[in-house]
Design a protein around this ligand. Structure first.
Ligand code: BGC
Length: 250
């Protein structure tokens, strides 16, 4: 199946046609900066522009940085509040003229890694995918099945939401060295380990591109691996969301 995968991130909206059987991009990805403010209409216009760039007329899968149930976006921690309670699938479908599925961005990245990347050989047990970007996105898989919309970037550490302390945006905002940031992120991983006892952590998102700078500072006992698809996981996983039964209840 060929699907246009779209990754709606804090700084850029990226898309490419994806072969969902192989996980390969069928053309180089196209990126447009995220409109500021990131109002739904403006973002949907950008997605329509990306679809036009590829002359796209088939299904479109969109990764959204918040909770998504059956096409409706329910939270908006790092984007415009106009997304809360919006039938996003319908809006984007109207703008693109294509059938649209919407999925949480970390769930999308996790699906891609479990199918084609670092989680491929971990179809038994519990795997937690964490995307390190503007926020901390999380996805949990048990025996290869996704538990959608786990919002574990918002657990409290030292009285603050974890993503405010340990996201990539926090590292940049506070000008932290890799070692300083890794200590914070390690604290977060240890808490996740204590609560979920996973078999594997997969680290994705922009921050994971520099895994060589921080992996050595992590002290968790659980195996930790960087994502294999890096930048492309969000696009590939969003495309996978268009497959029947990819996500429970979507
Ligand atoms: C949102 C999550 C999202 C993550 C990464 C968090 O602030 O609550 O839904 O997956 O950011 O974008």
């Amino acid at each position: 199946m060929e699907v246009l995968g779209i990754d709606f991130g804090g700084s850029g909206i990226k898309g490419a046609p994806v072969d969902t059987g192989t996980g390969e991009l069928l053309a180089p990805r196209h990126r447009i900066p995220t409109p500021r403010p990131s109002r739904p209409g403006a973002v949907a216009d950008v997605i329509a522009e990306i679809a036009r760039h590829f002359g796209w007329q088939g299904p479109v899968g969109v990764g959204y940085p918040g909770v998504v149930r059956r096409g409706t976006t329910l939270t908006a921690s790092n984007v415009h509040k106009g997304w809360i309670g919006l039938d996003a699938a319908r809006l984007i479908s109207e703008k693109t003229g294509c059938p649209v599925s919407v999925i949480n961005d970390a769930d999308a990245a996790g699906l891609a890694e479990m199918t084609f990347g670092a989680g491929r050989d971990h179809q038994k047990g519990v795997v937690i995918m964490i995307t390190i970007g503007t926020g901390l996105g999380t996805a949990i898989f048990t025996d290869g099945h996704l538990v959608p919309n786990c919002e574990l970037g918002h657990i409290e550490i030292r009285g603050k939401e974890a993503e405010r302390r340990a996201s990539d945006a926090a590292r940049k905002r506070k000008n932290l060295t890799w070692k300083q940031w890794a200590r914070r992120f390690d604290e977060y991983l240890r808490e996740m380990e204590r609560l979920f006892w996973p078999d594997l952590f997969i680290l994705g998102g922009g921050g994971s591109k520099r895994a060589d700078r921080f992996l050595r500072y992590l002290t968790v006992e659980t195996e930790v691996v960087p994502a294999h698809l890096l930048n492309e996981a969000g696009i590939v996983g969003a495309a996978l969301a268009c497959q029947p039964d990819a996500v429970p209840e979507v």
